[in-house]
Design a protein around this ligand. Structure first.
Ligand SMILES: Cc1ncc(COP(=O)(O)O)c(C=O)c1O
Length: 390
């Protein structure tokens, strides 16, 4: 299709790279001219399994031929099976399904506030990202995402990441929840320290508040655990997920510990498409494939290999300030804006992302292989060399 037609009819809420992607397989995508790219930021964090993973494609095909949508006034097997898999891989409780990360976070904000009429404040982190709907964007601790959308809902407060003293001072009897990403994603790939995680758990216990972890980006094997919180010796009360859970099909969900499962009662919350069999059968295929193909192990191994290579680049290029992250959720902080570097990599057939202005996000699918990492490292090396010279 002519891009002029696209631009005429599609609202311009995104800055788009000048390629039209028509096909994807594994780590590779093709544009409309047949040119191939290595995709090292697949699906904007929703591509942990790579493009068109055969088991996910097969599950979707099978489901499409059976039934596509079942309303939530009836049972559907795929929803039950996906809930079972999520709970058996996290903590005892139940799951609510929706269609996106923002929606999952909206749902848990409602749950936290419904729990106790005297507890309404939600503490989140500065530089966090929780989505674009009005409560999720307010929970997002970055003014740039708030500008122009006032009046925003009240009751949100923002703490510095890893500042235990600040969080301690902010805790009070009216706090309903402390909610954060174990690793800030949009905020520049910044992991929460084990000490902060432990303190947040303790403060939530002391003040009878919920600990909510947003694993929309860090979940589904991205870090080498199914959920990043599993690296910490701490369990959340509520866990949100989306992005890669559907292997490319839109889905969102939150898991709630058993003791909090009675807060949202029939009629309190819902979603027409939430938990539909198409998305859930894809989700079941995702979780099973991660286990069957040892992809958590691969994420740890390849994450280590990628990180070593990025650290080597850091010794070579002075514009690299820091390499951060866990498993295959890696960021490279630069002393210069990253947008032009992303463009230069694209010219060399490599897709990357820049967040927080100066942080390159390098998050290939968790079934990535060594030679694909080698090719991308060579391209980043070349581009940084040229940028460094200029
Ligand atoms: C940590 C986190 N939470 C929530 C969201 C919002 O998810 P969605 O775009 O599916 O609404 C994102 C999206 O980038 C995210 O990274």
């Amino acid at each position: 299709m002519d891009r002029k037609i696209f631009d005429k009819y599609v609202l311009k809420t995104y800055t788009r790279q000048p390629i039209t992607i028509v096909k994807g397989r594994g780590m590779t995508v093709w544009d409309a001219n047949g040119r191939q790219y290595l995709d090292f930021f697949p699906g904007y964090g929703a591509g942990n399994m790579g493009h068109c993973h055969p088991k996910i494609v097969e599950a979707i095909h099978k489901q499409v031929e059976q039934i596509i949508h079942v309303p939530n006034v009836y049972y559907n097997d795929a929803q039950g099976e996906l809930a079972r898999l999520i709970i058996e891989n996290t903590f005892d409780g139940q799951v609510f399904f929706c269609n996106s990360g923002a929606e999952a976070n909206e749902g848990v904000i409602k749950l936290a506030r419904k729990r106790n009429p005297h507890k309404k404040t939600i503490i989140t982190l500065k530089n966090s990202f929780h989505g674009r709907t009005i409560a999720a964007v307010t929970a997002t601790g970055q003014p740039v995402y708030h500008n122009g959308f006032d009046p925003l809902p009240g009751g949100f407060e923002y703490c510095e990441i890893n500042d235990i003293e600040m969080l301690k001072k902010m805790m009070a009897d009216d706090v309903a929840a402390v909610m954060f990403e174990p690793i800030l994603g949009e905020g520049g790939i910044v992991p929460v320290t084990p000490e902060f995680m432990k303190a947040a758990r303790q403060f939530c216990d002391d003040y009878d508040a919920l600990l909510i972890l947003d694993e929309v980006q860090s979940g589904i094997g991205r870090t080498g655990k199914l959920f990043a919180y599993q690296y910490y010796d701490v369990e959340p009360d509520v866990l949100t997920m989306a992005k890669s859970l559907g292997g490319g099909v839109p889905i969102g969900a939150f898991a709630v510990k058993r003791e909090y499962c009675g807060i949202l009662k029939p009629g309190d919350h819902g979603s027409t498409f939430g938990g539909n069999p198409l998305a859930c059968s894809a989700g079941v295929a995702v979780i099973n494939a991660i286990a069957d193909e040892n992809l958590l192990e691969n994420a740890v191994k390849m994450g280590g290999y990628l990180r070593e290579n990025l650290e080597d680049l850091k010794t070579k290029h002075s514009i690299i300030k820091d390499i951060r992250g866990v498993g295959l959720m890696l960021g490279m902080e630069l002393s210069v804006p990253g947008a032009d570097i992303v463009k230069e990599c694209l010219k060399r057939n490599v897709l990357l992302n820049c967040t927080h202005l100066t942080v390159l996000r390098i998050m290939p699918a968790i079934n990535v292989e060594k030679d694909q990492i080698d090719r991308v490292i060579a391209v980043i090396d070349e581009v940084l060399g040229e940028v460094g010279k200029s």
